[in-house]
Design a protein around this ligand. Structure first.
Ligand SMILES: [Zn+2]
Ligand SMILES: [Zn+2]
Length: 181
């Protein structure tokens, strides 16, 4: 493990949330889709299943995406703003089966607030460790998903989707086309 468990979870969840907002697709079209996202990414605590909550979560996505698109000072500005707006106050807590980890807003704070703060706390760790280069864009030219490279040798280039396979197939075809038959 490169970073603390809650940092890695926070980064992965933030990337997944950003990637639900594609240029030509909506990964969170309704409350049921947000329910699915909530469960898949192991969220717990307050969850209202309402349109208001869905709107707040959707509105967070472009703000988090900017973390992938800006330089270190820009990232720091976003992180500090998210923490300040949410009145973040880090506390070590233990719940369910998890070991002690940091929460900076209460578990009954709105879901979008907790998502924002968890992302901000995780990215703050990256800034402190000078590891922002782990936040990348998928290397496939047709994909604008973001990713978090948590590999030891910093080798990850593609998102969680099928881009790694697509790129391998294109490279194979290109080699076949280039080789004399
Ligand atoms: Zn927790
Ligand atoms: Zn991709």
């Amino acid at each position: 493990m490169l970073f603390a468990h809650d940092t890695e979870c926070g980064l992965t969840a933030a990337a997944a949330l950003v990637n639900t907002a594609g240029p030509d697709r909506e990964g969170l079209p309704d409350v049921a889709a947000l329910d699915g996202f909530f469960t898949t990414h192991g969220w717990s605590g307050r969850h209202e299943h309402t349109e208001v909550e869905l709107r707040q979560v959707r509105a967070l996505r472009p703000r988090l995406r900017r973390i992938w698109d800006t330089d270190t000072d820009g990232v720091v500005e976003i992180v500090n703003t998210l923490l300040r707006e949410s009145h973040a106050l880090p506390q070590l807590i233990r719940h369910d089966d998890e070991p002690y980890h940091l929460h900076a807003v209460p578990r009954d704070a709105p879901l979008a607030t907790r998502m924002a703060v968890e992302a901000a706390m995780a990215v703050a760790d990256l800034v402190r460790m000078n590891e922002l280069s782990r936040l990348r864009h998928c290397a496939h030219p047709d994909c604008d998903d973001v990713l978090v490279d948590l590999s030891k040798n910093r080798s990850r280039r593609f998102c969680d989707g099928s881009c790694g396979n697509r790129a391998a197939v294109s490279a194979y075809r290109a080699r076949r086309a280039a080789s004399p038959s």
